[in-house]
Design a binder for this molecule. Structure first.
Ligand SMILES: [Zn+2]
Length: 445
């Protein structure tokens, strides 16, 4: 069988530690060489990337696709979620698998793997949420670790959904998982403070009550407690969807002697609770909630200083009809916003620097999710997930999802052009258009 060879020449190549104008050779889905390739190669496709940026395939480590949340079906399937992703240069998505009550985690894993198989344009990985911790559960967790599951996700709230772990149980779980050499992702909002805030809400018909019911202080307390546990257990941890300045400060202090990372999401950088106060404000209900304009502005400053290791979407999109069905009671509106398609344009709008995309949307996310060095960087031997990006392309609308959802960023446009996306060496997107049709050749990694 002949080898599939592609040479991408003259692009500004964003390596892990620097950017330089050079060539990249792809052979059989892997990066075979980086540097000026002067010699002639037979049967090699050549792509001229002069004036363009060559980035590693981008990664969204926090997405909710193809399943139910509460009583609602998620609007995006792996097919639609991965399509808008790859058209924006995202080649790997991470989803979640949650153990269903008394059924073994293994059953949920098999179901989720079957749902994603053959339906994704992107490669994908999963974070696991066990809810049972008896002997059989731990045996299952060990088996899954051996099967290349690398990360676990826990919640300090969501009692009704069966996800809540009190700090004692969390400490036990993080102790064991840390000992096994794995990592935990934690949703940090203190459940006691949330319950108290919820009880104080007087007008359930006002969407702004959602923000009142989940105050910033609950996140800060949750983070403080989780960092304390991480300190005691030495379990590496990643704080998801950070939405507070004090939370970010606690994490940066803890970095000195802990393995801790964090992500924030575009909604906390580009939207504020003013959206909840507008007509149809319920459409902006997500958790943690959108914060004040002042917090949003401070989070922007922190982002530009590099305080957030990664950006991720927490994409959790519901159909318009589902989002609107119970709009007169904030507590019944499904929590979550669409975001996958907006991630790359918005992060670029913030940083105005392709190197920041390589760092915060590829290298760091890959390390957090345990996918590095196979993913996340342009390096010899790694998967040839590559994005050729035009920083000054024709203006196009920002679109978060292909499903029938409320667009959180209506009217926004971007000039970030996605000229070509290679996923493991195969052209998946050319000039923003899907090239691999409905073949869905994304694999679990
Ligand atoms: Zn989430």
């Amino acid at each position: 069988m002949s080898r599939t060879l592609i040479k991408i020449k003259n692009g500004t190549v964003h390596l892990e530690d620097r950017a330089l104008v050079t060539d990249v050779l792809v052979a059989d889905g892997l990066i075979a060489d980086i540097g000026r390739i002067g010699y002639a190669i037979d049967d090699c496709e050549t792509i001229d990337a002069a004036g363009l940026h060559l980035l590693p395939g981008l990664i969204d480590i926090h997405t909710h696709l193809d399943g139910r949340v509460g009583t609602c079906q998620l609007a995006d399937t792996w097919a639609t979620g991965s399509e808008i992703a790859i058209r924006n240069g995202i080649t790997t998505l991470c989803g979640f698998i949650t153990q269903g009550g008394s059924a073994p985690l293994q059953a949920a894993v098999e179901e989720s793997l079957a749902r994603a198989a053959g339906r994704s344009h992107c490669d994908y990985a999963f974070h696991l949420t066990p809810v049972g911790f008896d002997k059989a559960d731990w045996a299952c967790i060990e088996k899954l670790l051996a099967d290349d599951f690398r990360t676990f996700k826990f919640y300090t709230t969501y009692r009704e959904a069966g996800l809540f772990l009190d700090y004692g149980k969390l400490r036990e779980a993080m102790g064991r998982i840390g000992d096994m050499g794995a990592k935990v992702l934690v949703h940090c909002e203190d459940d006691g403070l949330l319950a108290a805030a919820r009880a104080a809400v007087t007008d359930a018909s006002d969407p702004y009550s959602h923000a009142l019911s989940r105050p910033a202080g609950a996140e800060v307390e949750g983070i403080a407690r989780v960092l304390e546990i991480a300190q005691r257990t030495k379990c590496p941890c990643h704080i998801v969807h950070l939405s507070t300045v004090e939370g970010a400060t606690l994490i940066s202090q803890a970095r000195q002697d802990l393995s801790v990372t964090c992500e924030t999401c575009p909604q906390y950088l580009f939207l504020s609770e003013e959206s909840l106060r507008q007509p149809a404000g319920h459409r902006y209900i997500c958790s943690p909630p959108l914060r004040s304009e002042s917090i949003r502005a401070q989070l922007n400053q922190l982002a530009l200083q590099g305080s957030f290791d990664a950006y991720a979407t927490d994409h959790c999109a519901f159909m318009r009809t589902d989002k609107d069905a119970e709009k007169s009671d904030y507590a019944k509106v499904p929590n979550g916003l669409a975001g996958i398609g907006a991630l790359v344009p918005l992060v670029y709008e913030l940083h105005r620097d392709p190197a920041a995309l390589a760092r915060h949307l590829a290298l760091h996310p890959a390390k957090i999710a345990g996918l590095y060095p196979r993913k996340g960087a342009i390096r010899k031997g790694g998967d040839a997930d590559l994005v050729i990006l035009d920083a000054e392309g024709p203006e196009r609308p920002v679109r978060s999802s292909l499903a029938d959802v409320h667009e959180p960023y209506p009217g926004r446009t971007t000039r970030l052009g996605i000229r070509r996306v290679l996923r493991r060496g195969e052209t998946a997107v050319e000039n923003g258009e899907l090239k691999d049709g409905q073949r869905h050749t994304g694999k679990r990694v």
